[in-house]
Design a binder for this molecule. Sequence first.
Ligand SMILES: CC(C)(COP(=O)(O)OP(=O)(O)OC[C@H]1O[C@@H](n2cnc3c(N)ncnc32)[C@H](O)[C@@H]1OP(=O)(O)O)[C@@H](O)C(=O)NCCC(=O)NCCS
Length: 153
Amino acid sequence: MKTDNHTNDFYIREISAKETYAVRHPVLREGRPIEDCQFTDDELETTIHLGLYVDEKLIGIATFLKNCNMQFSEEKQYQLRGMAILKTFQGQQFGEHLLRYGEHLLKEKHIARIWFNARETAVRFYQKNEYQTVGQPFEIDKVGTHYVMTKVL
Ligand SMILES: CC(C)(COP(=O)(O)OP(=O)(O)OC[C@H]1O[C@@H](n2cnc3c(N)ncnc32)[C@H](O)[C@@H]1OP(=O)(O)O)[C@@H](O)C(=O)NCCC(=O)NCCS
């Protein structure tokens, strides 16, 4: 696994919901119809889609939705969904850069907490980025075991 991305030029910008499909489909909905890439509230004005580009190619995505989890007391919460890096670009810290960028953006909007349902296989990635699991694992149909994870910004 490559761990050094210093030679890779990249940038992050806001993108549309539809643009995320180029990464959502192969990474998060592999072998499923393209319609399965659509998330509820994708098109809301409060929803933020971020894209990470390497050599002008979209290789990473993350979606932040205004959505409160009643387990948490903060009034201003956002949910992270659809965080993914194209397979050949994984393990090169692009995910970390994208996540940090999103956190910074939400902090500027005075959002107090981020939470999400993390795939079991991604838990270590989020823990490395100072997120904590809350409660017991649970199953999401067709996707697998998940944990609620969260961080106070
Ligand atoms: C999880 C994911 C977004 C992380 O992005 P990334 O750019 O690969 O991660 P980074 O390079 O910033 O961080 C690497 C760390 O993430 C963890 N990790 C999780 N899945 C990994 C993967 N498939 N490849 C490499 N590292 C992975 C490792 O713990 C790694 O730490 P290490 O270097 O100490 O082993 C990305 O691997 C991915 O898209 N995975 C498949 C889709 C997915 O599970 N999305 C999350 C849904 S909740």
